[in-house]
Design a protein around this ligand. Structure first.
Ligand code: ASN
Length: 309
């Protein structure tokens, strides 16, 4: 992007619509969660421990006064720990993920984005699937009501989904479509749907393995229809120290990377929980029906591209 492009972009109709819908999405998600008794916690932006993710990203390190921190890739560990304080929490959590340059092509990756990251003590997958559906429907319904004219102005016909959303197991999806199942299913469907029962090797160590079905996690992704791809991911969590360590080792990761998290869990414990994170920019892109995620953000940072501002 060049400086002259910013002038055009910041004055464009599409960005004007996108920012209003972004602003309203934050309000509706937040209103919904507060009404359900959630407490909003402040985001953690630097920490010595962050989400390892299940795909390679470059480490974003920052040092201050001789101490080294990483920029947050997700607040998963902080969410679990703060359940010692409140039972239902959420944060508007800015994340930095230094994705590989080939992700530039997807139209749904940004190096810097914000997710609404929530976690609920003693919740099951069933509880959170229901909550996610309700929250999603609430936001879409309200946006249609408040911003219907704006959606019309960009030619977007947004369908209001009905609960319960369709559920497809990872196994079924993979058998039908192989590696590309998410994109293929996303293009085929007209309403959001869940992918559940993701295998242990496909996810981070913190999602809980089904005790009755080893190798299968009690987790979920929500996928947008019309080719917009993944909306959110989450799961029930491992919370017992032995299981956490076993899962880190099984993943081939080093426990030293999570020293302070492990020490915390050993000393204070974690309650069982489940939760998810939903990317706001991806939600806005879907609501508007924008081609690429960078189009709906005023100062985007997509992988593999230099942005002067
Ligand atoms: N926020 C996600 C979760 O709750 C984790 C992630 O963003 N990778 O599972």
């Amino acid at each position: 992007m060049e400086i002259k492009d910013y002038g055009e972009k910041l004055r464009s109709r599409e960005l004007k619509v996108a920012l209003k819908i972004h602003s309203d999405s934050r309000k509706f998600f937040s209103d919904f969660l507060r009404a359900k008794g959630f407490i909003e916690i402040p985001p953690v932006i630097i920490s010595s421990v962050t989400d390892p993710l299940n795909h390679p990203t470059e480490k974003a390190l920052i040092s201050a006064g001789g101490f080294s921190y990483e920029l947050t890739k997700s607040m998963i560990f902080h969410k679990q720990m703060v359940l010692n304080t409140y039972d239902k929490i959420f944060a508007f959590s800015p994340n930095i993920r230094l994705e590989e340059t080939q992700k530039k092509l997807t139209g749904r990756h940004l190096l810097e984005f914000t997710q609404i990251d929530l976690e609920v003590k003693n919740a099951t997958r069933e509880d959170i699937l229901r909550l996610g559906e309700e929250m999603f429907i609430y936001a879409v319904k309200n946006i249609k009501e408040v911003d219907g004219d704006l959606l019309d102005s960009v030619g977007r016909v947004l369908k209001e989904p009905q609960a319960p959303f369709e559920r497809i197991t990872y196994g079924e999806a993979y058998e039908k479509y192989g590696d590309e199942f998410e994109n293929k299913l996303s293009s085929e469907k007209s309403f959001p749907f869940w992918i559940i029962d993701i295998p242990v090797g496909q996810r981070e160590f913190y999602d809980r393995e089904d005790r009755d079905r080893p190798g299968i996690l009690v987790d979920y992704d929500l996928v947008y229809p019309e080719g917009f791809g993944e909306a959110l991911s989450g799961g029930e969590r491992e919370h017992e120290i032995e299981r956490i360590i076993e899962r880190i080792e099984r993943k081939g990761e080093k426990t030293e990377q999570f020293t302070y998290y492990i020490e915390f869990v050993r000393n204070f414990g974690l309650p069982p929980s489940a939760g998810f994170g939903i990317g706001i920019e991806r939600f806005v892109r879907f609501v508007i029906g924008a081609k690429r995620i960078e189009d709906i953000v005023p100062f985007p940072k997509a992988p593999g591209e230099f942005y002067p501002i």
